[in-house]
Write a protein that binds this ligand. Structure first.
Ligand code: TXA
Ligand code: MG
Length: 337
């Protein structure tokens, strides 16, 4: 199968919708990362998504809608707080977990009796869902375990020959996947941090951040969001978080070069092994996955990354980095024993 990349137009959306109506799968831009979309109600189509990604079948998919009226048929209950958050943050990078209805097959929900739903703000995603008239299940469009794709070219690099069509909606503005939350007795629990931050949600209800966001799950530990137990977002290079800043960060990296080494600093000038992954958390979120993919293209053996700020969307950057690094964090023992 040859994989086409088509710019986002009425015609490419029509072609993609045709494929989806026939049970096929396509690459879809969203404001967070690119998704690999299928009819969420069609078990066979969803199986094809798992196969194309090489994704474990117990890891459920997010269901994407374009209008609020599409939500009630998919779920058994809509908590009051969810309705308020939908009003405030949809379309946008917020995914909410609901008890699922029978419209959602077990394949989509990874065998859980809940379903994750979000309404993207991306005009291309919205147009595609509107044109289909049914909800689209879409995980990130990377091979399972690789960094998520933030351009159509990234999707092509992973999915060439596995899917017929990618709609090119340009670079994803956010760059990390949506915030995933569930509800617990009027409280909001963040299962995966993203563009809608704890601070933003905290205006509406008390917020808890699930332990799995920053801690490594123990072997066999049951996690609320199955995706959190897998090694993730990981290039082939060995990624290491360096919990130092400025000159101390640079000194550490320079003293620990191991094979072809790249060091990503927070807003430093490019020189030698050093380059910047952004001065602000929003810039870091936007560029992180693309830079990890570039490290692979350059056959890097080691990628050092300066510890990000964990405020706001920074928590999402830190969460993805922890997984890319397999939770490896080092400090410069020479200055801080
Ligand atoms: O921004 C995003 O959310 C992107 C774009 C394409 O929309 N999608 C995405 O999908 O990141 P994926 O499949 O890569 O990540 C979905 C995450 C996983 O960690 C999964 O375990 C969790 O959401 N999830 C899905 N359904 C769930 C459920 N019913 N309960 C708990 N966690 C769920
Ligand atoms: Mg993913």
């Amino acid at each position: 199968m040859e994989t086409k990349i088509l710019p986002f137009t009425d015609e490419s959306v029509r072609q993609a919708a045709e494929i989806l109506k026939n049970g096929g799968i396509v690459g879809m831009p969203t404001e967070t990362v690119y998704g690999l979309a299928a009819d969420a109600r069609n078990s066979e189509a969803v199986m094809a998504v798992f196969a194309a990604k090489g994704r474990p079948q117990d890891n459920p998919l997010i269901v994407h809608i374009s209008r609020l009226e599409m939500l009630p048929p998919l779920v058994r209950e809509i908590p009051d707080i969810a309705a308020i958050l939908a009003e405030r943050f949809w379309g946008g990078p917020l995914t909410m977990i609901f008890p699922k209805s029978d419209v959602i097959p077990d394949t989509t929900s990874g065998g859980l009796d809940t379903v994750a739903v979000r309404m993207p703000s991306s005009p291309a995603a919205k147009a595609l869902i509107d044109c289909c008239g049914f909800p689209l299940a879409a995980p990130s469009a990377n091979l399972s375990g690789s960094p998520s794709p933030t351009t159509a070219q990234h999707v092509y690099n992973d999915m060439n020959g596995r899917i017929p069509l990618i709609i090119d909606g340009g670079e994803c503005s956010c760059g990390v996947e949506s915030t995933v939350i569930c509800f617990d007795k009027g409280r909001i629990r963040i299962l995966r941090p993203g563009g809608i931050t704890a601070q933003m949600l905290g205006e509406f209800a008390p917020v808890d951040i699930d332990r799995a966001v920053t801690a490594q799950p123990a072997a066999g530990e049951r996690v609320l969001s199955p995706g959190m137990k897998y090694k993730h977002y990981s290039p082939k290079a060995n990624v290491v978080i360096v919990d130092e800043h400025g000159q101390t960060f640079e000194d550490y990296c320079a003293a620990h070069v191991s094979g072809r080494t790249i060091a990503l600093g927070a807003g430093i000038a490019e020189h030698g092994i050093f380059r910047s992954y952004g001065a602000t958390s929003a810039q870091q979120a936007h560029s992180l996955f693309a830079l990890l993919r570039e490290a692979d293209e350059e056959n890097a053996d080691t990628v050092f990354v300066e510890m990000p700020s964990i405020d706001g969307i920074g928590l999402a950057v830190y969460n993805r980095l922890l997984r890319a690094a397999g939770f490896e964090i080092v400090r410069n023992e020479q200055v801080k024993p």
